[in-house]
Design a protein around this ligand. Structure first.
Ligand code: BT5
Length: 325
């Protein structure tokens, strides 16, 4: 999405006169003033002084599309970002937009969710203005059974983005929890609409705890949830992280379309924390054993007492990572 031209012209933080802005952008000075007023309403602090013009002092700490755009140059994705202060669920809105024909890469971000969705009807805690709640519309040429691999690929994108922007070392717990220091920092929920053999669209929903403090989580979650800020001891730049994540997602998604899951498997394995651990995977009956790793289809390989098992879905319980629900 093209950045706001006035904002782009002020981005360096230097004084720019109204006259010069109007000339460069080919609009009237009144139009410049209108843009300044709109940016201020969005929370930008812009100083104005007679004779000198305008100067950008501070961008708001919000996930505004213009701020995310500064950290994301789309190649495959359409680059449209819908930003809301509050929404029930970014996935719900993403699905509605996809049904209306939203192109691939359309993203929804919100400062707060009132009904953030986890898997299997669970809830995703979504406190206001501290984290990232992001949903991206994808239209991959995949069959529905291949879609869970896309969720694994999204976990790789999150881990890559965390490592690249903070230097922290995240871990992925199969299938798609991203952990920091053994606690959950991110959850991914992929929803899709499909015909028998063909996916119509996929909405990949990603919740990343960025600047949440312990007290932003309900008490029962504090022992098993964390955020980038808790781990780093300082807040992170939320729009910069969102931009980095969109870039990582676009890259991993491209690799997935070119080479299938085998193309991202090695990167997944580099973050995976389960190999060599004893686990129980729920199901009827549950599978218990030693994790060997994953295969080319993203299935978890577990060495059980009665032989090697391929697990395609389920909740993994592991002592010492975090207590399960
Ligand atoms: C997930 O579910 O981990 C998927 C969460 C996906 C959330 C994103 S936010 C943007 C998009 N829009 C949505 O409405 N959803 C997606 P699951 O594996 O079922 O894990 C849910 C469990 O994680 C809960 O039952 C809690 O125990 C725990 N949990 C809830 N909120 C959390 C948080 N903010 N941080 C860490 N753990 C949390």
């Amino acid at each position: 999405m093209p950045q706001d031209p006035v904002l782009a012209a002020l981005a360096g933080g230097d004084w720019r006169s109204g006259e010069a802005l109007a000339a460069v952008l080919g609009v009237t000075r009144a139009a410049i003033w209108k843009s300044i007023e709109r940016l201020r309403r969005e929370g930008y602090e812009i100083e104005a002084e007679a004779g000198r013009g305008y100067r950008l002092l501070r961008a708001p700490d919000l996930l505004l599309p213009a701020e995310i755009d500064r950290h994301f140059r789309p190649e495959r994705f359409v680059g449209k970002i819908v930003h809301l202060d509050e929404v029930d669920s970014t996935n719900r809105l993403g699905i509605d937009l996809a049904r209306e024909g939203a192109p691939e890469g359309t993203a929804v971000v919100a400062e707060r969710q009132t009904s953030g969705r986890g898997r299997l009807g669970r809830t995703w805690e979504s406190p206001a203005r501290v984290n990232l709640y992001l949903s991206v519309v994808l239209r991959p040429a995949l069959s529905p059974v291949e879609v869970p691999r896309l969720t694994l690929a999204a976990a790789v994108a999150v881990a890559d983005a965390i490592a690249a922007t903070t230097g922290l070392r995240p871990g992925i717990k199969w299938p798609n929890d991203v952990l920091l220091g053994g606690r959950k920092a991110c959850g991914i929920l992929t929803e899709l609409e499909a015909e028998a053999e063909r996916v119509r669209f996929v909405v990949v929903g990603i919740g990343v705890n960025l600047n949440a403090r312990e007290e932003d989580f309900p008490p029962e979650l504090r022992a098993k949830a964390t955020s980038l800020a808790i781990e780093l001891g300082r807040p992170v730049d939320r729009p910069a992280f969102a931009g980095a994540l969109l870039g990582a997602l676009e890259r991993v998604y491209g690799e997935m379309l070119r080479g299938g899951f085998p193309g991202v498997r090695a990167r997944y394995e580099s973050w995976h924390v389960l190999p060599g651990r004893l686990v129980t995977v729920d199901g009827v009956p549950p599978v218990e054993g030693l994790v060997r790793g994953i295969d080319d289809e993203g299935a978890l390989i577990v060495e059980a007492a009665d032989g090697t098992r391929r697990v395609l879905s389920g909740e993994v319980t592991l002592r010492g990572v975090y207590p399960t629900d």
